[in-house]
Design a binder for this molecule. Structure first.
Ligand SMILES: NC(=O)c1ccc[n+]([C@@H]2O[C@H](COP(=O)([O-])OP(=O)(O)OC[C@H]3O[C@@H](n4cnc5c(N)ncnc54)[C@H](O)[C@@H]3O)[C@@H](O)[C@H]2O)c1
Length: 429
């Protein structure tokens, strides 16, 4: 099949590379000409494991092409995936300007019946809005559909090759058949439904996962108060198959481009339907408070003040295996500590270049041992595998005071205590 992905960010590029690997002719289209130039040379402009190899392989097989020209790509495609960003506005409401702009451009480029699939995460009534925009611009027949994306940054390639489910929301049998055919080689349960339901599935999934995280963080706070261990509580809880272990890791809460955005978008959307989703507001509030809780913990362990203290932060990206800094928990934590007068040193295996654009007056390091020399505290923010393997005996010797605050309950607690560190996690000591 011939397809186009409009937008070549995390979702669009992974989708393009996946369908090219499965034997289709794919155009990755983006308005960002710099991105397109980089992709044409096989260079992925962000860090995502295995993606560059997949892109290079399909460029070589002449199945994957990149362009900024809508006419060229959309005009010859049977299926067009809209994968542009849907960022939040300052007040938490959703911003659909990129969706609407791309819909207009797609409409102007249609030459024959095409299935236009919204893959971006959007409010459930966006399908009909996009349909109206396209109908205004063209007489060519088309169908609107929705296949929300569930990939996780850091394991996006693996996730798209082995998805937990494929949701196909359509308004016609013709569109459903085309999308079933396109997805045929991918093994996963199918959920066939209407467009509105498909889009609600995505919001409901992200808001539910965010809820699980805020729930376990609330239990962790209680653990701190009564001396219980959240790691044990979480395991005991998650082994119940009705609950499940995933997303029950207490810590700094969720960051990234999706959970906070989609949770507040669902609140805004619900309000427009005259439904007060106050429950989700609380989920978001708990997530915000985790930052204060963590900074307070560090302050207490450092004798009540961080003023003039050297604090080394391990991990900056919003989660491991990505250089994505969108809504990374490192940002408010570092800014708060700086306001309180701390001197910040920071390291991350891949996110430093992106962090430099956001976090100022930070001393960035590549070598953890140099970053920890004479430091007053080590703060673990992102659980990169390599940080658990550091030589903590050596670290204890080079730090000024042996204080570790583990925002992800990730470091080897018992070992650290044996070495002589003052260790605190979130809901565990
Ligand atoms: N990143 C994730 O993990 C993830 C997972 C599932 C769903 N989503 C959703 O998928 C959507 C895309 O997310 P992303 O992280 O890939 O975004 P991104 O910001 O990485 O990429 C969006 C791309 O769209 C391009 N673009 C914007 N307007 C355009 C236009 N008119 N025509 C062509 N290209 C245009 C931008 O230049 C950019 O390259 C969002 O709705 C997001 O919520 C993201």
């Amino acid at each position: 099949m011939k397809i186009t992905t409009v937008g070549t960010g995390y979702v669009g590029l992974v989708t393009a590379a996946l369908f090219a690997k499965l034997g289709n002719q794919v155009w990755g289209l983006d308005v960002d000409k710099k991105k397109i130039a980089s992709l044409k040379s096989g260079k992925v402009p962000f860090y995502e494991p295995d993606l560059e190899d997949l892109v290079k392989e399909s460029i070589k097989n002449k199945r994957l092409h990149f362009t900024s020209d809508y006419q060229k790509a959309v005009g010859q495609s049977e299926v067009v995936f809209i994968c542009v960003g849907t960022p939040p506005k300052a007040d938490g409401d959703y911003d659909l300007q990129y969706i609407f702009a791309s819909a207009k451009q797609i409409a102007k480029s249609l030459k024959k019946y095409t299935v236009i699939v919204i893959k971006s995460t959007v409010p459930p009534n966006t399908g009909s809005k996009v349909k109206k925009i396209i109908q205004k611009e063209t007489k060519v027949s088309f169908d609107i559909a929705s296949c929300p994306e569930f990939l996780r940054e850091g394991s996006a390639v693996k996730d798209s090759l082995n998805p937990s489910r494929i949701v196909i929301g359509t308004e016609s049998n013709q569109a459903q058949e085309i999308l079933l055919k396109l997805h045929k080689p991918i093994k996963a349960p199918r959920v066939l439904c209407d467009v509105v339901s498909a889009q609600l599935i995505k919001y409901a999934a992200n808001a539910f996962l965010a809820t699980k995280i805020s729930y376990i963080n609330s239990i962790a706070l209680l653990c701190d108060k009564i001396g219980a261990d959240i790691n044990k509580v979480s395991r005991g809880l998650g082994l119940d198959p009705r609950i499940g272990q995933a997303f029950l890791n207490a810590g700094l809460g969720y960051g990234g481009s999706c959970f906070a955005k989609d949770t507040s978008a669902l609140v805004s959307f619900s309000k427009r339907q005259n439904y007060n989703f106050d429950f989700l507001k609380q989920v978001d509030q708990i997530n915000k408070l985790q930052i204060d809780y963590f900074v307070d913990k560090a302050e207490k362990l450092l004798g009540g003040s961080v003023k003039g203290k050297i604090i080394t932060v391990l991990g900056l990206s919003f989660k491991p295996n990505t250089d994505d800094m969108r809504e990374a928990r490192s940002i408010p934590i570092i800014e708060k500590l700086q306001k309180k007068g701390a001197e910040i040193r920071a390291l991350d295996p891949v996110a430093i270049d992106n962090a430099k654009k956001i976090l100022k007056n930070v001393n960035y390091f590549k070598d953890p041992y140099k970053a920890l020399q004479t430091a007053d505290a080590l703060l673990l923010i992102t659980e990169w595998e390599e940080y658990a393997k550091l030589d903590f005996t050596k670290i204890k010797k080079i730090m000024r005071s042996p204080v570790i605050v583990d925002g992800r309950n990730f470091l080897p607690k018992e070992k650290l205590k044996k070495i002589g560190f003052s260790y605190e996690g979130v809901g565990t000591r």
